[in-house]
Structure formats: structure tokens, C-alpha cells
Design a protein around this ligand. Structure first.
Ligand SMILES: NC(=O)c1ccc[n+]([C@@H]2O[C@H](COP(=O)([O-])OP(=O)(O)OC[C@H]3O[C@@H](n4cnc5c(N)ncnc54)[C@H](O)[C@@H]3O)[C@@H](O)[C@H]2O)c1
Length: 258
């Protein structure tokens, strides 16, 4: 496979995109696209609204891969924002990729596509910090094969994105990796007890994106974006096997700082 070199990052003004373009800038030639504002960015950028495909098509020309991060990232976002910024925008990204001949998409999905699993035992107890009778090494893991169970409009939009990715992979030959990202935050550490299970450090999420961009050809897959947390309940064995993911962080190291 010709290595992925030119990478368009949507949502380039955001948290994860900022870390990505800063820390992996020596491996990939990044361009960005965001609705704005874009004052502080280190990579060439297009200002555009992903919900208007004609205004953004040009940004997809000549790139090898797209990391699609642009969205309303608020898990409680109202439908009036989720519809344009997550559903329509994501369909437009895949359509623009097909049209421009982009070969690979890394799609920022979310744990919220399957968030209702978290209300089941023992996950509801783990996220509340009640570990009574639980062995952290024997927690049944929520993996990439579980039933889609969104926990809100945002989660619905992420499930839609995964379904759209599967459609474009099977019908148009795009390679699509979906990352069901856990909790990536600005402090870059867990800030509440749930995040001891769900946290993903900046360097671990960047490693996942990098490996999705560099792995051998594939059709469609789903991975969880979570660090190797002691109380993790999302599977990372699949990412270890397929991507060679080797997380470096564990939220437990920050328990005393909560
Ligand atoms: N941070 C997390 O914990 C987390 C967890 C799960 C999933 N995700 C997903 O990962 C992605 C990146 O997350 P983040 O935390 O960096 O988010 P962020 O909110 O910091 O960045 C999102 C960016 O997308 C841009 N954007 C929104 N609508 C747009 C549109 N219509 N056209 C163009 N740009 C648009 C915003 O301006 C913003 O700069 C998002 O898709 C988010 O849903 C993040």
C-alpha cells in the first residue's frame, strides 16, 4: 500500500485535532477544515461548514486520508445542532471522500453510540466508583460487536456515522476505521470517578489515530478509544490485535488527584 501521507483533519480547531496536528506533524502532511474560529492553527486550513458539501469539497482534493473529528462534540447537544453538524456533516464527509478518491477515513465515533450498556451491571457500579465484589481483571468487556444502544441524540448521530462509514466501505471501497472514543479532556487526566474507567490520554488517542492511518489495507472496523485503565470496561484487545495498539496510560495513576 502507498503510505498515507496527506491527511485532512476535520474539526481542526478542536481539542483532539489540535493535539493531532501538533504531535504527529512530522509523520503526516496535515491540512485542516473547521467552521471556525481558526486563529491559532499550525496547519493550512479551510474555513467551511461540513453541512454544506459544496463549500468544503475542495478541501478533499489530493488527500490520502481524512480524520473526521468535526462535529458538535457535546453529548447533550440538541437535535437542531446534531442534525447539521453530526449527521449531515458526516454523510457529506464520506460523500466528498468518495468523490475525491480519498482511500481511508478515520471517523471519530463515540462510546455514546453504545452508551446504554453502561447502565447495566457491573458498568453502572464501576462508573459510580462502587467496586464491591468486582475483580478489575475479570470485567466482561463491551466490545466492537455489541448491539448499538445510543444514549441520546449525540449517540444516535455517532451510530449513524458508523453505519454511513460501513455503507461507503462496502459499496465504494473506502477503508473506514471508527474510533469509539471515551473521555479525552483538556486536563489530560480523569477528573471524576467515571473517567477512571473511560479516560483516554492524548497520547493514547493519537496513537490509535496514527495506527489507523498506517495499518495495512482493511475494509471497515470499530475500535474503542480508551487508555489501559484498571477499571476499563471497553475492549482494547481488538485494537491490540488489529492495530498493534499499545496504550501507555492508566487512569488509576490519577485516582489520588480526584
Ligand atoms: N473529546 C472526547 O472525549 C470525545 C469522546 C468521544 C467522541 N469524540 C468525538 O471526537 C471528535 C473531536 O472531539 P473534540 O473533543 O476534539 O471536539 P471539539 O469540540 O474540541 O472540536 C470539534 C470541532 O469541530 C468543529 N465543527 C463543528 N461543527 C462543524 C461543521 N459543521 N463544520 C466544520 N467544523 C465543525 C468545531 O468548530 C470544533 O472545532 C468529535 O467528533 C467528538 O464528537 C470526542
Amino acid at each position: 500500500m502507498t503510505p498515507v501521507r496527506k491527511v485532512l483533519v476535520t474539526g481542526s480547531g478542536g481539542l483532539i485535532a489540535g493535539a493531532l496536528t501538533r504531535d504527529l506533524g512530522d509523520r503526516f502532511e496535515f491540512t485542516g477544515l473547521d467552521i471556525g474560529p481558526l486563529d491559532h492553527l499550525a496547519v493550512p486550513n479551510t474555513v467551511g461548514d461540513l453541512s454544506d458539501i459544496e463549500s468544503v469539497r475542495g478541501a478533499f482534493d489530493g488527500v490520502d486520508a481524512v480524520v473526521h473529528l468535526g462535529a458538535d462534540s457535546n453529548q447533550n447537544a440538541p437535535w437542531s445542532s446534531v442534525l447539521p453538524n453530526n449527521l449531515i456533516a458526516t454523510r457529506n464527509v464520506f460523500e466528498a471522500c468518495r468523490d475525491a478518491g480519498v482511500k481511508r477515513v478515520v471517523y471519530a465515533s463515540s462510546n455514546h453510540a453504545v452508551g446504554m450498556h453502561e447502565l447495566d451491571d457491573p458498568y453502572c457500579r464501576i462508573r459510580a466508583g462502587d467496586y464491591e465484589g468486582l475483580d478489575p481483571d475479570n470485567i466482561p468487556q463491551i466490545d466492537h460487536r455489541v448491539q448499538i444502544r445510543p444514549d441520546g441524540q449525540y449517540g444516535i448521530s455517532k451510530a449513524f456515522g458508523e453505519a454511513t462509514g460501513a455503507y461507503y466501505a462496502e459499496n465504494f471501497g473506502l477503508e473506514v476505521a471508527c474510533l469509539r472514543i471515551g473521555t479525552v479532556n483538556r486536563p489530560n487526566r480523569p477528573t471524576e470517578v467515571r473517567q477512571l474507567a473511560t479516560w483516554c490520554s492524548h497520547r493514547d488517542v493519537l496513537q490509535l489515530v496514527q495506527r489507523c492511518l498506517e495499518v495495512e489495507p482493511f475494509q471497515f472496523d470499530i475500535f474503542y478509544g480508551v487508555s489501559d485503565n484498571k477499571w476499563r470496561f471497553w475492549d482494547i484487545d481488538h485494537a491490540r490485535q488489529v492495530l498493534g495498539y499499545a496504550p501507555e496510560d492508566n487512569g488509576e495513576d490519577y485516582r489520588d488527584s480526584l
